[in-house]
Ligand binder design. Structure first.
Ligand SMILES: Cc1cc2nc3c(=O)[nH]c(=O)nc-3n(C[C@H](O)[C@H](O)[C@H](O)COP(=O)(O)OP(=O)(O)OC[C@H]3O[C@@H](n4cnc5c(N)ncnc54)[C@H](O)[C@@H]3O)c2cc1C
Length: 497
């Protein structure tokens, strides 16, 4: 039988990103050392990914992050702390406070001060938050974030300055418009991170790369060249049952595992990049299909450092395009004290449809559009040609198919649990399976741990299946906001805020 040729292991971990590595660490900590990690790329880290870009004054290439960049929600002394913040401190990751009040506002005519709109948005957001709380606690129907904002009397419509402010406040975090985003779960996602720990975000500029902490953690249980870590290995098929999981890769490799933990991104699952046998039951497939995989694109430009044309003491420059919402809206300076000072680097972020646009364009086309915007903002004579230009195409990467997930409106916690729940001996973990921290590194970290804990329990002979729901009803009863549905901390955080 073909199974005879397969390599045997207790636990196969599919993917070596944050969730995969924390799953392996959890197994190790439980004295389960018989596992293998199958990873597509030539290194661990997954969507915590950096590259070299441009160079410093000495000709040394600079490192910039293509994926995760911020430690989001740090922690208070004596209070709860974001695990990513603790790990970043443990490995001395170089990071700087991201000051969201350090922002100047622009439109196609140049600098125009519309910063009072931030306060208007904040006022509306308070009303929106209260509405979300009422909906959740009274088990009412969810709605989109747009409807929530309207309740707070925030109606940007054709006002492009309001649209730019709204993009900065919402789309920049969720990678989707308020129209398609869940009011309730969007607000909870914010609260669990920023009201539980702290409202600070620190931006990582470590020249070893942000994922240096993950590599550090991996080295506590993986030896150098550890044969359990299989890099450059593309999983193509996963056959699962109640007795085991067989995995094959594109090189013909085969692995026979007692249990498997799949940490592939929602994008990979949605694109059917890997085939699963038997076909997923309807409840599981629905869980996968009903969530959204966002795309978030950072477009990097390096200018001659002596020709930097933006004020160096400012971190952010918001642009309101007169025609298109989200058209090169947020420029972020790295040539600012505490970041990569003297680098001449600035980058602009786009998401969703605008990401798909730049992914379909050539680099040259995109560069010309960005330069035209910068010249409108800062003056045509002030902005020289860049000496380096680069951006990733996340939605086209066959190992991620996008950046991170978003919770669409009207999708219940039960539906999310279906995305998360195991199928026989195949478990799921990752950023998207986190009900409360989806889209964040901490989501991947907690979920990797949680799936591995389930597997440990099984290996110790006390296996309990994770719950799933079929059929699904219109809303999730309040008493189901509990740990077995991935709801671990209260959605009503009060930690001093
Ligand atoms: C542009 C961008 C910006 C972000 N910004 C932030 C931020 O500022 N702060 C924050 O907290 N989070 C941020 N995130 C989210 C954060 O990066 C993710 O939540 C986290 O890295 C996801 O980890 P994971 O383990 O769930 O998934 P992944 O990192 O995707 O790990 C899954 C692994 O599976 C591998 N894989 C996929 N398919 C196969 C296959 N067929 N065979 C073998 N291996 C395969 C992949 O190569 C990958 O290594 C950002 C993400 C992106 C992309």
């Amino acid at each position: 039988s073909p199974a005879k040729k397969c390599e045997k292991t207790s636990v196969a971990i599919l993917g070596g990103g944050v969730a995969g590595i924390t799953a392996a660490q959890t197994l190790s900590n439980s004295s389960i050392h018989d596992f293998i990690i199958l990873e597509y790329n030539s290194d661990i880290g997954g969507r915590m990914r950096h590259t070299t870009f441009g160079q410093d004054a000495n000709g040394k290439p600079l490192t910039v992050e293509l994926g995760a960049n911020w430690i989001q929600g740090l922690g208070t002394n004596g209070g709860p702390q974001n695990p990513i913040w603790l790990l970043a401190q443990k490995y001395g990751v170089n990071n700087t406070y991201s000051d969201y009040s350090s922002i100047l506002t622009y439109d196609e005519t140049g600098y125009v001060n519309y910063s009072s709109l931030f306060d208007d948005y904040e006022n509306a957001y308070s009303v929106t938050e209260e509405l979300a709380g009422t909906i959740l606690s009274e088990n009412l129907q969810d709605r989109n974030a747009r409807a929530g904002f309207t309740r707070g009397d925030w109606r940007p419509k054709k006002d492009m300055k309001m649209q730019a402010v709204e993009w900065w406040e919402w789309d920049w975090e969720y990678a989707y418009e308020p129209e398609v985003s869940s009011l309730v779960f969007g607000i909870v996602n914010f609260n669990t991170t920023f009201y539980q720990w702290s409202d600070e975000n620190n931006f990582v500029v470590d020249q070893r790369g942000f994922n240096t902490w993950l590599k550090g953690e991996a080295s506590t249980f993986l030896k150098k060249n550890d044969t359990r870590l299989r890099l450059n290995t593309t999983v193509t098929n996963v056959t699962y049952s109640d007795t085991g999981v067989t995995i094959t890769d594109s090189q013909g490799g085969c692995y026979q595992a007692d249990y498997a933990i799949c940490t592939f991104s929602l994008g990979v699952l949605q694109n059917e990049a890997v085939s699963f046998q038997p076909e997923f039951p309807e409840w599981k497939q629905d869980g996968i299909d009903n969530f959204d995989m966002g795309t978030y694109t950072k477009i990097f430009l390096q200018f001659p450092p002596d020709k930097v044309f933006w004020p160096k003491d400012t971190q952010y420059f918001l642009y309101a395009d007169p025609v298109e919402r989200g058209f090169y809206p947020v420029f972020q300076s790295l040539d600012t004290p505490g970041f990569l000072e003297g680098s001449g680097i600035i980058f602009v972020t786009v998401v969703h449809d605008q990401s798909y646009r730049v992914e379909a364009q050539t680099d040259e086309e995109t560069k010309n559009q960005v330069l035209a915007v910068l010249r409108d903002m800062f003056g045509a004579d002030k902005v020289p040609d860049p000496i380096a230009f680069m951006y990733p195409r996340w939605s086209l990467e066959p190992w991620s198919y996008g950046s991170y997930s978003n919770w669409p409106y009207g999708v219940t916690l039960e539906m999310h649990q279906n995305l998360r729940a195991n199928l026989g001996r195949l478990y799921f973990a990752g950023e998207a399976t986190s009900a409360e921290y989806f889209g964040f590194l901490q989501g991947a970290w907690y979920e990797g741990q949680s799936a591995a804990e389930q597997v440990v329990t099984c290996l110790n002979g006390h296996c309990a299946q994770e719950v799933h729901y079929s059929p699904l009803y219109g809303s999730t009863p309040p008493n189901q906001y509990d740990e077995q549905n991935g709801w671990t901390v209260t959605s009503f955080q009060t930690n001093g805020f």
